[in-house]
Design a protein around this ligand. Structure first.
Ligand code: NAI
Length: 394
């Protein structure tokens, strides 16, 4: 089958198996060229198939030499429908890591469920004994409560007042207005249930109760703060409440695992185009302008560069990581630099005040589009996209 990108409203519904394999390989090659660091050797990654979780898994394996167990919720190929990008990514990762002798286990299913937690627990008992590192990197639209069976859906909305801003379709560069109505109390609660820290806590608690946590264990989850432009929809909105909840859970986890000398930490990461961030109103426009500025200043990083810096320069240096006043690692330090934010603000004002209907030249729409497509295996050098390809190449 010949597979082309099919994108609507910044969501891509196809993925290319050979392209996904090529992009996983290119992230691996980048990390292999950066040398090794000493760190945990038995790692579990929840949300391992895309974006930050996939990058963390690659760095765990190829920088630390860790065995990895990766949990993700992806679809295998079916008849004439390609698999999701994450499915191809995890299978590609497995092939590449095993080639070099690294132990790899993939678990595909709903990480919020008791069944998947039990499957992982049994696999750890059988294959690893105990773990010393847990990376929690889920971005999900919904969650089924494991106890009550209730379904919660996350809503990306402002709180209190409606939010109107410009946004961009990065396929065309076309600018339009978006308005998001304020969230109801129920939507706030539901978003916290899905994207807050409860499930991170439950995972750690389960591993702790089953005695699967090694002394000196570390767990990390990813948060975001962001700039003034997106504050009403992000940090002051429903998703921001969820991130506050996630951040507060680090303290609870720290109390839980203190007896095994364990540590939970939050890393505030940089804004990047991933499947998750592409659908947040106004965020693609901000990212298009941010990429332009950060590339000009030679500060741009993708997921893999952020994770390399996190592991090599912050987490596993032999020294305590530098934290902000709230105890968080700030991997968004370059994004929030004054000169970077000032330059983005200048561009933002142009978009706001001039009647531009396309910002192809003003922002890095091309870079954004290319990166988004690469997340789905498109636009990779060396892949012939006009060739028929098997949907299941693994
Ligand atoms: P992504 O969409 O690229 O990856 C999400 C991962 O979660 C995938 O592996 C997917 O399979 C997995 N997943 C979703 N639902 C699941 C479920 N029910 N069970 C098991 N796995 C499930 O997302 P991205 O952007 O890498 O986000 C990861 C984390 O990083 C999120 O907490 C996000 O808020 C945070 N973050 C993202 C930033 C960005 O700009 N992309 C910036 C700062 C933090």
């Amino acid at each position: 089958m010949i597979i082309k990108p099919k994108i609507w409203n910044n969501i891509c519904v196809t993925a290319h198996p050979l392209g996904c394999h090529a992009q996983v390989r290119s992230q691996i090659n980048y990390i292999k060229a950066k040398g090794k660091v000493e760190g945990p050797k038995k790692t579990v990654i929840i949300g391992a198939s895309n974006g930050y979780g996939l990058a963390a898994r690659i760095v765990s394996t190829f920088s630390l030499g860790s065995a990895t167990m990766g949990v993700a919720y992806e679809h295998a190929p079916k008849e004439r429908r390609p698999a999701t990008a994450g499915w191809y990514n995890t299978e590609s990762f497995k092939v590449e890591a095993q080639k070099e002798g690294y132990p790899v286990w993939n678990v595909n299913g709903d990480a919020f469920s008791e069944e998947i937690k039990t499957e992982v627990v049994e696999l750890i008992k059988e294959k690893l004994g105990q773990v010393d590192f847990l990376v929690y990197s889920i971005a999900a639209p919904r969650r089924i409560d494991p106890i009550t069976g209730e379904i919660y859906a996350s809503a990306i909305k402002p709180i209190g007042e409606k939010f109107t801003a410009k946004t961009v379709d990065f396929l065309t560069g076309k600018v339009s207005h978006v308005t998001a109505q304020p969230a109801t109390e129920k939507e706030i609660v539901q978003t916290i249930k899905v994207m807050g820290g409860e499930d991170w806590f439950l995972w750690t608690k389960r591993l702790f109760q089953e005695n699967l946590i090694k002394s000196g264990f570390l767990t990390i989850a990813f948060s975001y703060v962001g700039p003034e432009f997106t504050k009403a929809i992000y940090r002051d909105g429903t998703i921001g409440r969820a991130k506050e909840d996630l951040e507060s859970k680090a303290d609870e986890i720290n109390r839980l695992i203190a007896s095994v000398n364990g540590k939970a930490i939050i890393s505030v990461n940089k804004a990047l185009v991933t499947r998750a961030s592409a659908v947040i109103p106004a965020v693609p426009l901000y990212i298009a302008l941010l990429y332009k500025v950060m590339k000009e200043k030679h500060l741009h990083e993708g997921c893999i560069q952020q994770m390399r810096r996190l592991y090599h320069d912050v987490l596993f240096t032999g020294k305590d990581p530098k934290l902000d006043s709230k105890g968080r690692i700030r991997m968004d330090d370059w994004e929030i630099r004054k000169d970077v934010q000032q330059a983005v603000s200048d561009l933002w004002k142009i978009v706001e005040t001039k009647n531009l209907d396309n910002i192809e030249d003003l922002g890095d729409i091309k870079g954004l589009r290319e990166e988004f497509l690469r997340h789905h295996g498109f636009g990779m050098p060396g892949v012939d996209y006009n060739q028929d390809v098997e949907l299941d190449i693994f």
